[in-house]
Design a protein around this ligand. Sequence first.
Ligand code: 0A1
Ligand code: ZN
Length: 856
Amino acid sequence: MKDAAPTAIHLADYRPPNYLIDEVHLSFRLDPGATRVISRIRFRANPEGLDDGNLILDGEKLRLVEARIDGSPLTALDYLLTDTHLTVPAARLPGDSFVWEAEVEIAPRDNTALEGLYMSNGMYCTQSEAEGFRKITFYPDRPDVMAPFTVRIESELPVLLSNGNQTSQGPGFAEWHDPWPKPAYLFALVAGDLRPVSDRFTTMDGKEVALNIWVRPGDEDRCGYAMDALKRSMTWEENVYRRAYDLDIFNIVAVDDFNMGAMENKGLNIFNSKYVLASPETATDRDFDFIERIIAHEYFHNWTGNRITCRDWFQLCLKEGLTVFRDQQFTEDMRSAPVKRIEDVLQLRTRQFREDAGPLAHNVRPDSYIEINNFYTATVYEKGAELIRMLRLLVGVEAYDQALQLYFDRHDGQACTIEDWLAVFEDVTARDLSQFKRWYTQAGTPHVTVREHFEDGTYRLTLRQTVPPTPDQPLKEPAVIPVAFGLLSPAGIETHPTRIIELVDPETTIVIDGLAERPVPSLLRGFSAPVILDHAPSFEDRALLLAHDTDPFNRWEAGRSLARETLLAMLADGTAPAPAFLDGLARLAADETLDADFRALALALPSEDDIAQGAVDAGLVPDPTAIHATRKTLKETIGRHLKPTLDALYEAMDPGPVYSPDAGQSGKRALRNAALGLTAHLDAGERALAHYEAADNMTDQLAGFGCLLDIGDPDIATRFHDQWRDDRLVMDKWFLLQIAHAAPEKAVALAETLTGHPLFDWKNPNRFRSLVSGLTVGNPAGFHDPSGAGYAFLADWLIRLDRLNPQTAARMSTAFETWKRYDADRQALIAAELTRIAGTDGLSPDLSEMIARIRA
Ligand code: 0A1
Ligand code: ZN
């Protein structure tokens, strides 16, 4: 039977499940075209369930071979089967507790959506989050049903893995038992010809844990950094959160075909291979940084996500926001904290502010969804993490630690809500967090408008908060906004160190007396809240903050706002960059008291997308072509003006002969490559070519490659290709960078040509993303070409990919989310493409939900 078209699911409709599960036994007989999955599940009535007592199991794309209850076979009259559910009416159930058994057949070879059980390069693997388990067997596939799992895998493949500890193994089979009750979304299975890279870890409770990273033969020498990051994550979590690992074995598997970054399945993390495999020759410093961060993230989920999980998918931020915050803390401790904070804020502004400002804006805890996979967003993850950071700032570090220990003790083994999360903070601090909770239930980025008044030694600072309307939320209530601020004297001396003002009312005024001179405020230090500060300090004040603020974030922020303003003035009427701006930049670049990575960040210009958003904020309609040209001009002007400084930096920042991806060395490379990038055009690419040729690591090689592409070197793409054609992860970079660095008017044609390249395997999500986002993210002026060719290119590929992999198609459609920013011609062209996609027969619920929201 067919179900009706997918409808929205609402948080308000949550009902506890009718049945809970005491234990699950699964048996897999693996076969590419006909895998048999035999389940035996002991159900027990939930006293909190509905009165009807029906047993409702999710199931999609399963061929039911047979089903039994308490050993008696069911006939088709005993249950109702649709495309998505199998329901056994209460009248057909023997009582409050029974054993369900089923045998189903599935075809992993034909699973191109990469959800459920699928195949990648001859290996079997699973992706169960969010709702993939229902494509493996009939099950109450919802996170509030938690159970211990026992799994038997039968296959001739040499390595057979599942969650938990291995209990037996023999020729052609392996058995695993996971004693920790878990929801189905954390289930995983892997089978293949894999090689381990192994190590050991002793936990703070003295438990010996075997660590393995499983990779394809030949990749063993690229796992060292991931293993090191794993051990550092385990130690850090013990030291900072006092939580230890809880199984005898921790497995990580690298797979080439994966829709997301990685997945925290209990005891068996599955990773997109790009976030595990790295060698200096093939991975950039940034890749190493990501590997460290994602290894930590997935490991930290063991406590925040697995031991304590989410009651329903509306609570996704409960595990994701908290785990992102914890991985940010980890990186801050491993590397430079200010640099990490700046990078995180850059990401937040680029991805989350953009989401919050457009048609896809949603609460950190959404109220409804059609396809939950569409809500693994920057808002849930990154804004979710900002909310935890604010809570910690508001209650203080000690209370935060106590609240977390209470959370772990109180909720271990449970499926929880945001209310449970906030309650531990309320219980520890006796503070009422009902107003703070609005951060979870209101979408949109708050604006904080600043007014200053100084008279007779008295300084008045008035801060006013507003949240612009977002889809379905016209009116907003004031939130609790912690604003960290300090004051500097006009000579650049800090007279008032950081304190926190809590904005709870629409408007708050702070009065500071006894000042000899008008102070220069440093507001929102460390980016203490995810808001837009509407404040236009004078050029001189910002230059002063850039030179003297004690808060590194605000130092960087002052420079960034000067750069943004310079660009906007150049765009508006061709105003040349102020010499004071260029001199300030030169001083900062040469300031040896500052870390190299910080200086590299200060030299980086706002991205074209940031400038477009800046134009919108200034009430203008952004022109991507003009933005591209202006940014290029400013880059060249900086290069010319700062040439002596940049040349000196290029020479001085030699990181030394033995490559290490640590913060110290990678900072030097970043600064050296920034100097190269700003000056490469001045010698027609001579230094860039020498840099490229001398490079013994991918960071430097790619820096040279990018410069040479910008300059239009006719051979460099072929040279790079011929060197790396057999390396899939490096070739992803080749596809992406060529398109990102193409002249805008040539970018779409190049993207089109590259889709015909023999190595363009569009069914591999990494390859597809590299090529398509090379255009949509990497080359905004090319994507927004006035002809509309970029829009048609994206629409064609989304329609094509949707038939195979709806999840990735839906994610890539966000390239259209900013369409209302642009001029009427571009809007009309995009609207036509959105209409064409929406009108395509057989569109997935994933992509149709996204297109409908973007069009709204
Ligand atoms: N929970 C993972 C991310 C993830 C989400 C969904 C997936 O498939 C639909 C896969 C992975 C994390 O936060 O790392
Ligand atoms: Zn996560």
